[in-house]
Design a protein around this ligand. Sequence first.
Ligand code: FE
Length: 222
Amino acid sequence: MTTADPVRVIADLFAAEGAREYLGEPVTQAEHMLQAAALAEAAGAGQELTAAALLHDLGHFTGPVSGHELMEGRDNRHGEAGAAWLARWFGPGVTEPVRLHVAAKRYLCAVEPGYLAALSPASAYTLRIQGGPMSRAETAVFEGNPWCTAALRVRRWDDAAKDPAATVPAFGYYRPLLRQLALQRARELARGAGPGGRPPEPPAHPPARRGHASGAPRLAGE
Ligand code: FE
């Protein structure tokens, strides 16, 4: 836990880097993450998973390697970078789906027919830089991760959150949620909670589903 106000720090990122960066998609990174959060909320996700959707790509701005460098061919490991950065304020219910959302893409490319073909051109491009589809051994390890289902849910919202015509709540809508989660985490740490935190939310979907294009939650009007 740090004394910096996480809501202010994150709001500044959304307003600055997030509003400038497109990274190959038709929406800014801020719009993209706000759409992912709206999809999570529309799907009935809990608070931590909604926050994970909202914050999943912050690692493009907070890690040692930027999103720009990713688009130039250098893996910025933004899931890990974002999770490490967010861990100062938030528990694993937020950080682990963030950490694993790129692994979830690699997993779905390996196990779900048609998933890779449905990726946006930018996401298909970065897939190669991020290691390509998982091997069979890697998919087995991923399925054994307790945050597997949560990461896959964030991934579905991530993939659908690229609609230039979508109208979704602004960052300010999520301020109370983030403030509450950070306060909750600070109390957990004060009580001596370990890094493992609570178990993930119960799965709403099996790890992999066929029919990605029709099965993913969609924005109204998308
Ligand atoms: Fe994303």
